[in-house]
Design a protein around this ligand. Structure first.
Ligand code: PMP
Length: 365
């Protein structure tokens, strides 16, 4: 087999090797049908089986309650920034937003185009940069809001909510979980709606997951084109139009591996261990690595840190790549280094990187 690197890309990101190998085995002749799954009709029984298995695995892993619908959509989380207010922000209502970085801000901006949106908390600093998430006490919540929206893991800023915000009882909680869904078990029933682009913990890009309370979907506006209505997608089991069949097939493969590896409890254990390793590296070399993120808000999925100079940041990115650790350059807005370590990244890989990074600090400190 050709050499595979340790891939710390932020998304699209590393996928479990077993999921890729299964795709390789099944690529030309899917289960004896004489064609690739990509060549099957999205209306045929062979594809339908894969489609329903992907949804069933997701429901099982996240223990999605029966009164929630799982939708597989397209257009990424970015399309959901618009879909959600289009469906669920009626003209007479306003929605609350917690601003914690680029993606939360984008969701807010799209909602403002559709209707009334209000800021419940904003931790953005200079240039939109954020070093923490707000506490519950900081939230100024509208008890009449159509929903409260937040982003559970801020992929660019390296911050994460470790306890979810609590909205007033009458207000459903909506969450962009693009970069931390499936990192650990969660209680779906606490949410009105959860959405996530697949390309971090779920599979390849091209499919977007939406989990929403059926009663909310049913309440959605009908004065918008059908293709934008959650209701229509739900009615057709996410086959309203041609689904991204190969992306969903890969999602099935990824979720099957997650299940085989022990499900979300096992993922949580592995992810906490990886986070421990990276933050131990950062905190262990305080003269060289600097984390700007407040400890209580540190992301398990995307730890970020800086070196003493931008030149050293660049040097580390280049030398890491040469050593087989790819994708550690921080987002251009915040600079520095970002270690994106989603479910497919093993603790062994992270430990190898940390050992290499300690050597780099010694050579350059
Ligand atoms: N939300 C979050 C938290 C993200 O990390 C990203 C992409 N990195 C997006 C939204 C946008 O996703 P997409 O490109 O799939 O629209």
């Amino acid at each position: 087999m050709s050499k595979r690197v340790v891939n710390f890309n932020a998304g699209p990101a590393a996928l479990p090797l077993q999921a890729l190998e299964r795709a390789q085995r099944e690529f030309l002749d899917f289960e004896g049908t004489g064609m690739s799954i990509m060549e099957h009709s999205h209306r045929g029984k062979d594809y339908e089986r894969v489609h329903n298995e992907a949804i069933a695995l997701l429901r099982e892993l996240l223990q999605v309650p029966d009164d929630y619908q799982v939708l597989l959509m397209q257009g990424g989380a970015t399309a959901q920034f618009a879909f959600i207010p289009l469906n669920l922000l009626p003209p007479q209502k306003s929605a609350d937003f917690i601003l914690t970085g680029v993606w939360a801000r984008k969701a807010f901006a799209e909602a403002q185009i559709v209707g009334k949106a209000r800021i419940a908390a904003n931790v953005e600093g200079e240039g939109g940069r954020c070093t923490r998430v707000p506490t519950q006490a900081e939230l100024q919540l509208d008890p009449e809001a159509a929903y409260l929206h937040f982003c559970s893991n801020n992929t660019i800023m390296g911050t994460q909510f470790h306890a979810f915000p609590e909205p007033p009882t009458s207000v459903p909680l909506f969450c962009d979980m693009s970069s931390d869904i499936l990192w650990r078990p969660i209680d779906v029933s606490k949410f009105g709606l959860i959405y996530a682009g697949a390309q971090k913990n779920i599979g390849p890009s091209g499919v977007t997951l939406v989990i929403a309370k059926k009663s909310l979907i049913a309440s959605g506006r009908e004065d918008i084109p059908k293709i934008f209505r959650f209701k229509e997608h739900a009615k057709e089991n996410s086959l309203l139009n041609t689904a991204p069949t190969f992306a969903i097939y890969m999602m099935r493969n990824v979720l099957a591996v997650v299940k085989e590896q022990g499900g979300l409890a096992a993922m949580e254990k592995r992810n906490l261990e990886k986070a421990r390793l990276v933050y131990e590296l950062i905190d262990g070399e305080p003269g060289f690595f600097r984390s700007g993120v407040e400890k209580a808000s540190r992301s398990v999925m995307n730890p970020v840190f800086r070196l003493p100079s931008e030149e050293l940041d660049k040097k580390m990115v280049a030398e890491a790549a040469a050593a087989g650790f790819v994708g550690i350059k921080g987002h251009k807005l915040v600079g520095g280094i970002r270690i994106s370590q989603y479910n497919a990244t093993t603790a062994e890989q992270v430990a190898q990187f940390c050992e290499w990074a300690r050597g780099f600090a010694k050579r350059n400190g």
